[in-house]
Design a protein around this ligand. Structure first.
Ligand SMILES: Cc1ncc(COP(=O)(O)O)c(C=O)c1O
Length: 440
């Protein structure tokens, strides 16, 4: 169980928080005042020696657990050898490209390495535009693809755009099937998905200038509140793209490397995306991202048309190779699926007892818990949601700040090495934090 040995935040944490207030813009997300010192597996220690259990994985990054011994050993070994050599080839980069193509679905036969998720989004959209005569990119309301201008222009919420305009032209936006709050008031998930596809045609009819290039979507909308698409939606969307002769870009920056109980979320569906972006869990700590693509697209890029200072550097490539190795050797994809079922049962039991847990959405080890005033009205309750995160912090459970369009969704995303015992321990803490928040 976690151990809290000081008031929170403790004296050391308070000093660092003050330093940050003085020297940093406070533009980052508004997390609880946990100043991390070190972490191992699913356990975090703060700068005052308080011990917490982790439901964040950073932000769905450290899939193999914090500071896994094999991962640390591989990274340290690389530190003695080589950090950066620009676009000159190294063994780790060639090995990682090969590994990614080997574990990806057969039709994806190229891997392009970059550093951050938003780099991967930009690279995928640039590849699509370079290879296709069209330029228009369709994305979904609620989507999040990163914070650079291209990615922010593809976004479907104000989060990354507000006050940063103008955004880029050439983007069309259309509703995503958020069944709990279906924009069309649908009665069933299937109907919600179908209406969104119908509206996609409507959007294209009215907004396109006849130069469609690609559709980009997340397999589930993370930042918008872990919104899962209805069964069959992606298959229909994939078919729609193929009929229109445009590319299908699947943004798996967050959902890959076992997070959803499959190595890649695309494996849950019968689809063949043309470009797939990867990030977060790929490096599992050291920044690393990638675009998987078909050679028909990637091979139109001439030398010098796409690269980056840090993309595919030997340190991040080596870290990613170690992470994939651990995921495969330790059966973390299977563990993610199994532990996910346990979480689901625990959340459903809480939902049955309480009016405030309106919706539970998830797969593997990524869950969204949507909090409302009551199940009938579905009125979002952001204050209650925030109180749960704070209470959990004081009880030794680290949760990410609420997400979603109304800031009323809790994200549950522990490292994939979480054990059955830790699932129950953390759910007990969560339940106590939830019940405490009911007192106001
Ligand atoms: C689906 C998705 N795409 C892209 C990104 C951007 O990744 P990064 O923050 O590494 O640029 C994120 C980050 O949360 C994401 O969840």
């Amino acid at each position: 169980m976690p151990k809290i040995i000081t008031e929170l935040p403790g004296p050391n944490a308070r000093a660092y928080l003050e330093k940050s207030m003085k020297y940093e813009p406070q533009s980052m997300s508004d997390q609880v005042p946990l100043v991390w010192d070190r972490a191992e597996g699913c356990v975090i220690w703060d700068v005052d020696g308080n011990e917490f259990l982790d439901w964040s994985s950073g932000v769905l990054v450290t899939n193999v657990g914090h500071c896994h011994p094999y991962y640390v050993e591989q990274v340290k070994d690389q530190c003695d050898k080589l950090f950066n050599c620009y676009d000159f080839l190294t063994q780790p980069r060639a090995d990682l490209a090969e590994k990614l193509v080997q574990i990806a679905p057969d039709h994806l036969d190229r891997a392009f390495l970059v550093t951050t998720g938003t780099d991967a989004t930009e690279a995928a959209m640039r590849m699509a535009r370079r290879a296709h005569e069209g330029f228009e990119i369709i994305s979904f309301h609620g989507a999040f693809h990163g914070r650079t201008y291209g990615a922010a222009s593809a976004a479907g919420s104000r989060g990354t755009k507000n006050g940063f305009g103008p955004m880029m032209t050439g983007f069309l936006h259309t509703p995503f099937p958020y069944f709990y709050r279906c924009p069309f008031g649908s009665e069933t998930e299937e109907e919600c998905g179908n209406k969104c596809i119908e509206f996609l045609d409507w959007t294209v009819e009215r907004e396109s200038c006849g130069a469609l290039c690609a559709v980009i979507t997340e397999p589930y909308q993370g930042g918008a509140g872990s919104i899962m698409a209805p069964k069959g939606f992606f298959e229909t969307l994939d078919k729609w793209c193929k009929e229109k002769g445009i590319y299908f870009i699947f943004d798996e920056v967050q959902s890959s490397f076992g997070r959803t109980g499959k190595m890649f979320a695309m494996e849950h569906y019968d689809i063949k995306p043309d470009l797939v972006t990867l990030g977060k869990g790929l490096g599992s700590g050291v920044p690393c991202s990638a675009v998987l693509g078909t050679s028909a697209i990637t091979d139109v890029l001439p030398p010098g048309s796409m690269g980056s200072t840090n993309g595919g550097n030997p340190l991040s490539s080596r870290a990613a190779l170690a992470a994939i190795d651990i995921i495969q050797r330790e059966g973390l994809v299977e563990n993610s699926a199994r532990m996910g079922e346990l979480f689901k049962q625990r959340f459903e039991a809480i939902q049955q007892k309480h009016e405030q847990l309106g919706d539970i959405r998830g797969m593997g080890l990524v869950w969204g818990l949507e909090m409302v005033k009551d199940k009938a009205s579905k009125e979002p309750d952001a204050d209650f949601t925030r109180r749960i995160v704070l209470n959990a912090f004081h009880r030794g459970l680290c949760m990410i700040a609420p997400i979603g369009l109304f800031k009323n969704v809790l994200r549950v995303a522990p490292p994939l090495i979480i054990t059955e015992e830790q699932v129950h321990e953390t759910c007990d803490i969560f339940e106590a934090a939830f019940e405490e928040a009911l007192q106001g």
